[in-house]
Ligand binder design. Structure first.
Ligand code: PMP
Length: 406
């Protein structure tokens, strides 16, 4: 199956706009956030225009309609990730929220003083700091799985890093800086051989390749709606029921309650135990539509097309004088970080922007990666299935013009 790029472009009219007096917008910052198709925008607008009811418990038309649509997103995510049960899908504010939930709640229940948690050197801050906070709280130690200069994790080192004190490993599926696709299945198998749980940060994965939580056998997996063509402020956590059942609630209030008494309250069953307060109802409904959109195109078709686009972009970028690519892993997806020998990344980003090209510059919320390479940051282009080869040509033309100024 291949991609019908013309239809896709029609579904994303924002991509056809001109900015700065007639420069076609070339959006290559998809790792930061993605645009939404009209199908998502229209559905979200219809829920605002036609009225909202608060979900669960209420007994009227709008509440029932919103509850059904909200819960339908849970079913869709369950199918999308191939989870065993809808109870294993917790709707959250996004990846950061999902990681914080697990770090807190798993930590409270399963991590004792002297225990160990492992994250990798290439993690986003959202998959480091929640674990750091938990380790401080529980008196545990955070250990780091290093990478080589190509940006590949040294997975063999897990054999030594994992000890009988290790409780959980949390690792990104795809690096938001290097584009590395990590061998998460191998990592999970190694961890499980020693009874260690594994959380996968799939913020950069679910929109680019098929993710099957049963096949991976991960214990937890997190992703964000806004990186998969859905609204901001929503996302999901997959967790194996056996863990979620044992973990205490993360936040108190609203839907997570069974019964409240002053001498102690009881809590709702899964998945509601972890969904305190009125959620982003319409955002969640929009996320369901975004996932449906991606499913209709097909993750395999998306993967194949994006890989071609990524290879083409890298090839062309290497021809630009003075360019160094950061992240040379064998298995990459969507993301290219680069430096120029004279131009600072910030200057590249600013000048490209004036030519209509949107990339990202900086440390990309992953300071340890910058420290690994001894650099202050990178320029980063990240492609999505709605980008075209013509857009890459515009990017490269703009790059040549910009670096020519230095
Ligand atoms: N992990 C990775 C790998 C990411 O790329 C991001 C977003 N840049 C996050 C976590 C955090 O996602 P969010 O801000 O949507 O919670």
């Amino acid at each position: 199956m291949s991609i019908d790029i013309q239809k896709i472009r029609n579904d994303f009219p924002v991509l056809s706009q001109e900015i700065y007096n007639g420069k076609p917008l070339v959006y290559l910052d998809n790792a930061a956030t993605t645009q939404r198709p009209v199908q998502v925008e229209d559905l979200v607008a219809s829920y605002y225009n036609q009225g909202t009811g608060n979900i669960h418990r209420a007994s009227h038309y709008l509440a029932d309609k919103c509850t059904a649509a909200y819960e339908a997103t849970r079913d869709r995510i369950c199918e999308f990730l191939n989870a065993q049960k809808r109870e294993e899908i917790i709707l959250t504010k996004g990846t950061t929220d999902s990681v914080n939930l697990v770090a807190y709640s798993f930590g409270e229940r399963f991590v004792e003083a002297g225990d160990e948690v492992i994250v990798s050197e290439m993690e986003h801050h959202s998959n480091i700091v929640p674990w750091q906070l938990m380790c401080q709280r529980r008196g545990a130690t955070l250990k780091m799985l290093p990478m080589n200069d190509a940006g590949e994790l040294l997975v063999d080192q897990l054999d030594e890093l994992i000890t009988d004190k290790t409780k959980i490993i949390s690792v990104t599926y795809i690096s938001n800086v290097l584009g590395t696709v990590n061998p998460v299945k191998e990592i999970i198998a190694k961890a499980h051989a020693k009874n260690v749980a594994v959380m996968i940060d799939a913020a950069q994965a679910v929109q680019h390749l098929e993710v099957d939580v049963q096949d991976l056998d991960c214990d937890f997996l997190a992703f964000s709606g806004h990186k998969i063509y859905g609204p901001t402020g929503v996302g999901a956590l997959y967790g194996k029921e056996k863990w979620l059942n044992e973990m205490p609630p993360y936040q108190g209030g609203g839907e997570m309650i069974d019964y409240v008494k002053f001498d102690g309250s009881t809590f709702n069953v899964l998945p509601y135990k972890f969904e305190a307060g009125t959620p982003n109802i319409i955002g969640v409904i929009g996320l369901g539509e975004a996932i449906k959109y991606v499913q209709e195109i097909g993750l395999q078709a998306i993967y194949d097309y994006e890989l071609e686009l990524l290879k083409y972009t890298e090839e062309q970028l290497r021809k630009v004088e003075g360019i160094r690519i950061i992240g040379e892993a064998q298995n990459k997806a969507s993301v290219i970080s680069f430096l120029h020998d004279k131009a600072h990344p910030y200057d590249l980003g600013m000048l490209l922007d004036k030519l209509g090209i949107a990339i990202r510059t900086g440390r990309h919320c992953a300071d340890p990666i910058a420290d690994h390479y001894g650099i202050t940051g990178t320029a980063r282009a990240s492609v999505a299935f709605y980008n075209t080869f013509e857009e890459i040509d515009l990017f490269i033309k703009a790059m040549n013009r910009v670096v020519g100024m230095f």
